[in-house]
Design a binder for this molecule. Structure first.
Ligand SMILES: [Zn+2]
Length: 597
């Protein structure tokens, strides 16, 4: 039998939120086997130091205790030994997010990057994991949802699962519990939807029907001829909570968190904003199955999970995915054209609100994701631009440009398909670590090659430069009018506020606007406007009694010191851009139809 790396995962103490992990290495490094836990998880670009949740660890070989030496925050080395070596450690799992691990009496969830130590030098061996049922009354009715292939386990059962290497092992999160389960086929591939958390009267049939349309549209998008999906099964694992939002992509599954109110109720027929948002999240993570899980930036092929992986390309991997997530809702028929154009206004208004867009390009935003986008603070709107939202507008602008200049013969879709064929389709086909990533230079060249246009100047200007996208001009040939719909300009402080108890706290102070010019700061708590007490609920109403240009005294606490400011109210700088489709001319309607079809 071939050498393998073997783990067992035991949900050992549900109330203490502890998974016990054992890891056996048949042939440890004779120099002293090194073990490493990742510092970050692919798809979430921040150093999280998962090893901080390892509570205790010991090592044994041939019945004897083996000394473990800690080399750094996430690296251990066992003393040299001649026989199989077994590590045993506990992992504290009490973070309800899609990025780490969570365990209690209601369910267990883990990402491999939180629980599986990597056996240095033996990553390309098959990795087998025995996922065990908790020895607790609560666990009697539990099942398992994961896209990890079963070795000796029934589908949805506890037992052994197998990955061909470490990279594959940690790309399959595992959910265990009493989740609701539905299965549908998308172009012949089984897709599971596992929903954890109580959802009274959930309309599972509607949810699976909508998801099926979205999945089939995406499979057909990348493989229009064969309609072949890149995986042989797929799992949507969803944790439902009172209030929450998040998703993380994997090669054959996604972990999602959503608010209960977003999921459809049996009697409800209309498309609520929340449900549309949830479908958009599913669509986003599913699109990543191609774009970032297989078409990857060079630095992620393979990942180095011990340190930051710097790439200037997240505007393509996250931004383009953000463009296509909602577009796929329209193309699959889940939403109609007016609903889509309404969704498109959101990132347009979002990007225009912050002056950070004139200081940082999306290429820079991608590169610094680790310290800026993922670690935002009160000054972020003034300092950075989102590679998600501006990236999605770049995708829109490129798509419209290519369609208009090639008279509808080519589009961004062709660029995505070429990226897929050249870098993505065979990424995992060697069964080992994976294929080659794509570089910035190759992406520039690929745009020209596919479209027959000269695109470098455009990419320089909007991707590596900081210019605003000329979206109104680009949308016009498609019979879509983009305009600011504000009728009158409201007086404004130029801040974003947040509720702090009943108090009105400044969350962001926009650079150059009224509050900034008067000396107010993020974190200040507003007390009174013109001598009248202000709360989080009535600030807008109070400001509405004044005109732009009026000077208003304002009281605020900074820490515990009362301060007074005279604020000259400015014009509200938040745009309300909206996209209005036009019925004529026919050529424009035809172009629009082809774009959104
Ligand atoms: Zn994403």
């Amino acid at each position: 039998m071939q050498n393998t790396i073997n783990y067992t995962i035991i949900p050992k103490d549900l109330a203490a939120h502890l998974f016990e992990v054992t890891l056996t290495v048949a042939t440890p490094d004779p120099e002293g086997q090194v073990f490493v836990l990742p510092a970050w998880i692919p798809g979430s670009y921040m150093i999280r130091e998962f090893a901080r949740n390892i509570v205790q660890m010991d090592a044994r070989s041939n019945g004897k205790k083996i000394v473990l030496l800690k080399l750094d925050k996430h690296t251990w080395q066992a003393a040299p030994c001649d026989h199989a070596l077994t590590l045993r450690y506990d992992v504290y799992a009490w973070d309800l997010s899609v990025r780490t691990a969570h365990l209690d009496q209601t369910h267990g969830f883990f990402n491999g990057s939180s629980v599986y130590l990597r056996v240095a030098g033996q990553e390309s061996l098959p990795h087998i994991v025995d996922i065990q049922r908790p020895d607790d009354a609560a666990g009697k009715s539990w099942r398992v949802a994961t896209a990890l292939p079963e070795l000796k386990a029934k589908r949805y059962g506890f037992g052994t699962y197998i990955a061909q290497n470490y990279d594959e092992l940690i790309d399959h999160p595992v959910e265990m519990g009493t989740f609701a389960l539905a299965t549908f086929n998308a172009h012949g591939v089984p897709h599971d939807l596992a929903i954890t958390g109580r959802v009274p009267n959930l309309d599972m049939a509607r949810l699976t029907a909508d998801l099926q349309k979205i999945c089939e549209a995406q499979i057909a998008f990348f493989e229009p001829r064969t309609k072949r999906a890149p995986m042989n099964r797929y799992v949507f694992m969803t944790m439902v909570v009172g209030d929450g939002y998040g998703g993380l992509e994997h090669r054959a599954s996604t972990a999602l968190i959503c608010a209960r109110s977003e999921l459809p109720v049996k009697s409800q027929k209309e498309m609520s904003d929340g449900y549309r948002g949830f479908l958009g999240l599913c669509s986003h993570e599913y699109f990543h199955t191609w774009n970032v899980k297989r078409i990857k930036p060079e630095v992620f092929a393979p990942y180095d999970l011990q340190t930051e992986g710097y790439t200037p390309l997240l505007w393509l991997f996250e931004g383009f995915t953000s463009y296509y997530d909602d577009l796929m809702l329209k193309r699959s028929g889940v939403i109609d054209e007016p609903a889509y154009l309404k969704l498109l206004a959101k990132p347009i208004n979002g990007v225009l609100r912050g002056s950070g867009r004139h200081k940082q390009s999306v290429a820079e935003s991608s590169f610094d994701a680790w310290t800026k986008y993922y670690r935002q603070d009160e000054n972020s709107p003034n300092a950075i631009v989102s590679y998600y939202t501006k990236g999605s507008l770049i995708a829109l602008a490129l798509d419209l440009t290519i369609r208009a200049e090639t008279k509808g013969k080519k589009s961004l879709d062709d660029v995505m398909r070429m990226l897929w064929q050249r870098y993505g389709r065979d990424f995992y086909s060697d069964g080992k670590k994976g294929g080659q990533g794509v570089t910035e230079v190759e992406i520039d060249a690929l745009f020209d090659e596919v479209t027959g246009l000269r695109m470098k100047r455009v990419l320089d200007r909007y991707v590596r430069g900081i210019d605003d996208l000329p979206l109104a001009k680009l949308l016009a040939p498609f019979g879509v009018e983009l305009a600011d719909t504000r009728k009158d300009v409201k007086p404004s402080l130029g801040v974003r506020t947040m509720r702090d108890g009943n108090d009105c706290k400044l969350a962001n102070v926009y650079e150059g606007e009224a509050a900034h010019r008067a000396g107010l700061s993020a974190g200040d708590v507003l007390i009174a406007v013109d001598g009248l007490r202000v709360s989080a609920a009535n600030l807008d109403g109070m400001l509405g009694r004044y005109r732009v240009g009026d000077v208003v005294p304002l009281h605020a606490f900074r820490r515990d010191e009362l301060m007074t400011f005279n604020v000259k109210l400015g014009a509200d700088a938040a745009p309300q851009m909206a996209l209005a489709p036009q019925a004529k001319p026919v050529a424009a309607v035809r172009l629009r139809f082809a774009w959104l079809k």
